[in-house]
Ligand binder design. Structure first.
Ligand code: FMN
Length: 358
């Protein structure tokens, strides 16, 4: 049997296999109320063959929203809708962590309360555009958070962690990848602060560590994970010494006894971050991005990862674990239905034909 299908302990939980469904924004919530549609529970339940599901990014406060029709978990209606998801996944015997995603400057006033400016560590406009309810719009120069406001954002992560647990999630993942707010603090291209949150690496990692401390106080380290993506350079976030930055960050993560470290992207040909950082982290290691069955199995058997994370393959193949086991082909993802829409391209990907009983 493939080692992917052996059980593994991740934080507080014994997962039935080492397959993890990647967090994927699918924009199936009401744009006004941030409440996920009823069929979202079906989507996650269909993919419960994974030992662990990481939910799409959920904003920790209205100002953390950066994409149209993405969900929140602030209001009672939002929490109630998520309960249906966690119940459905648990009924199928799987586990689900909620990803907390604050987009920071990767947003637009049209998505912000009172059309305010998005927030960031520094007032630096990212290059590029974003899709909004009023069409394609250029990013704007964000509002630089004051120290007091930073404390407010951290409090939002704490409250969101509490609400995620109330909604039945097994844990929470801090989205510190892909150029969103936590990575904006980490990286010296987007963080030019001169106070205790900017400058040295020690100062730039402070925000992430304080957010994690708050989340861990609510949930316990064994119900908190973190996702990072060194040198992905997505959303115009760059750092001029990422090896040193992540080397120090990961060492500091060890103090929290986290459920896992989730790292996507191998890095550059010169620098394989899995090789660099996996030995540095004392805890379960989730490897993601660009994997297939063969590379995932190789990573597990070589001890390079404890679990393997699949995005697009899981999106298009609700029964991915079964397909891996049977060695069959895969459905292709329909990229036109990734973000927004309805059940089409969401809950209607076919599973393998079940043999008729004779
Ligand atoms: C439609 C879509 C939405 C995504 N949304 C998120 C997200 O909300 N949070 C996140 O951390 N990553 C997000 N990702 C990135 C995935 O988690 C994953 O890292 C990426 O797809 C690479 O893995 P793969 O090669 O197995 O697809 C998204 C990817 C896709 C395809």
């Amino acid at each position: 049997m493939s080692e992917i299908f052996t059980p593994v302990r991740v934080g507080r939980y014994d997962l039935s296999n080492r397959l993890v469904m990647a967090p994927m924004t699918r924009s199936r919530a009401g744009d006004d109320d941030g409440v996920i549609a009823g069929y979202v529970a079906d989507y996650y339940a269909q993919r419960s063959g994974a030992g662990l599901i990481i939910s799409e990014g959920v904003y920790p406060s209205a100002s953390g929203k950066g994409y149209v029709s993405t969900p929140g978990i602030e209001t009672d209606a939002q929490v109630e809708a998520w309960k249906k998801v966690t119940d459905a996944v648990h009924a199928k015997g799987s586990h689900i962590f909620m990803q907390i995603m604050h987009c920071g400057r990767i947003s637009h006033p049209s998505m912000q309360p009172d059309n305010a400016l998005p927030v960031a560590p520094s007032a630096i406009k990212p290059a590029g555009q974003t899709w909004t309810a009023i069409g394609q719009q250029g990013f704007v120069t964000p509002h630089e958070l004051t120290v007091l406001e930073i404390q407010g954002v951290i409090a939002d992560y704490r409250a969101t962690t509490r609400r995620a647990l109330e909604a039945g999630f097994d844990g929470v993942e801090l989205h510190a990848a892909s150029g969103y707010l936590p990575e904006q603090f980490l990286s010296n291209g987007s963080n030019k602060r001169t106070d205790e949150y900017g400058g040295t690496i020690r100062n730039r990692i402070r925000f992430v560590l304080e957010v994690l401390a708050a989340m861990v106080e609510e949930a316990g380290g064994d119900r908190v994970g973190i996702k990072i993506s060194p040198e992905m350079n997505f959303n115009d976030v760059v750092d001029d010494n990422p090896q040193a930055l992540y080397w120090e960050l990961v060492e500091e993560l060890n103090q929290f006894d986290l459920a896992y470290l989730h790292l996507t992207r191998q890095g550059t040909p010169e620098m394989n971050y899995h090789t660099l950082l996996r030995p540095r982290f004392r805890g379960p290691y989730l490897m993601g991005a660009g994997l297939n069955k063969k590379t995932a199995e190789a990573a597990i058997s070589a001890g390079k990862a404890d679990a393997v994370v699949f995005g697009e393959l899981f999106l298009a193949n609700p029964d991915l674990p079964e397909r891996f086991q049977q060695g069959t082909t895969f459905n292709s993802p329909d990229r036109s239905t990734y973000y927004g829409g309805d059940e089409k391209g969401y809950t209607d990907y076919p599973t393998l034909k079940v043999a008729e009983p004779v």
